[in-house]
Design a protein around this ligand. Structure first.
Ligand SMILES: [Zn+2]
Length: 246
């Protein structure tokens, strides 16, 4: 049976001397593992559309639950991303996080669109990497089912909260700071505005906000800590990206 899907390549793993396994995030079928025959041979027509972070259309042949690529055409290769190690490593982190959040055979078009828009934002919009990273992390946490409660202090409703409770995903004011026992990150009104914008805005306007440099580093640290706390894991690709910043 043949199946045609639009998909982003999240991971490429060597299978043997000639073949490779690809993890795809498809629009229609969620995450799929597919075999790319002959990908490791020179001059394979699959090389361009089957590289990490390539977005394209794939015709798959399915037999007994195993998928093999019959044909592939790239739609967007994000060439600018591949010329910049920092951006490429950040994009690779987005792919690894998307692989963790997505599920086999469960369509997640919102997640695919978030990764694609984040890769576009890194290459075309000229935004600071930290801003794109924060947007990706907070929205990915929401898509994974961990939308934070941002109304006001989680305990008393105070509209001037000063802390963000990482494991509870909620705000606290100065008086109620003792209500949470885990890690609480200080926030200021500028950061809170940015967090609310990212969590609540229409997905088409995700990157249409600006934030001062003084808040950007803190926002990026908070969003990263929130995503990794909620998913209860770290990412080797994130560690690599951060090792390049030193
Ligand atoms: Zn309070």
């Amino acid at each position: 049976m043949y199946l045609t899907v639009k998909a982003l390549v999240l991971r490429v793993t060597d299978y043997n001397d000639r073949d490779a396994l690809l993890t795809l995030l498809t629009q229609e079928n969620g995450k799929l593992t597919v075999k790319a025959r002959g990908l490791r041979r020179k001059n394979s027509p699959l090389v361009a559309p089957c590289q990490l972070l390539a977005y394209g259309e794939f015709t798959l042949f399915e037999y007994r639950g195993m998928y093999t690529i019959n044909e592939a055409h790239s739609i967007e290769l994000f060439r600018d991303l591949r010329r910049d190690l920092m951006k490429l490593s950040l994009g690779t982190y987005f792919a690894q996080a998307a692989e963790v959040i997505s599920q086999e055979d469960l369509p997640n078009p919102e997640l695919l669109s978030l990764v694609l828009n984040s890769l576009f934002a890194l290459t075309r919009l000229g935004l600071p990497e930290q801003q794109v990273k924060a947007v990706f992390e907070l929205r990915a946490a929401c898509i994974a089912g961990y939308t934070p409660d941002l109304f006001g202090c989680h305990v008393c409703g105070n509209q001037s909260p000063t802390l963000f409770d990482l494991s509870g995903g909620a705000l606290l004011c100065q008086n109620c700071r003792a209500a949470a026992s885990g890690i609480r990150i200080p926030i200021n009104p500028g950061m809170l505005d940015a967090i609310r914008y990212i969590v609540y805005c229409d997905s088409k306007k995700l990157f249409s906000f600006s934030i001062g440099n003084e808040n950007l580093d803190q926002l990026s640290s908070l969003s990263e800590a929130y995503l990794t706390t909620q998913l209860e894991r770290g990412f080797s690709t994130l560690d690599f990206y951060k090792s390049l910043l030193i």
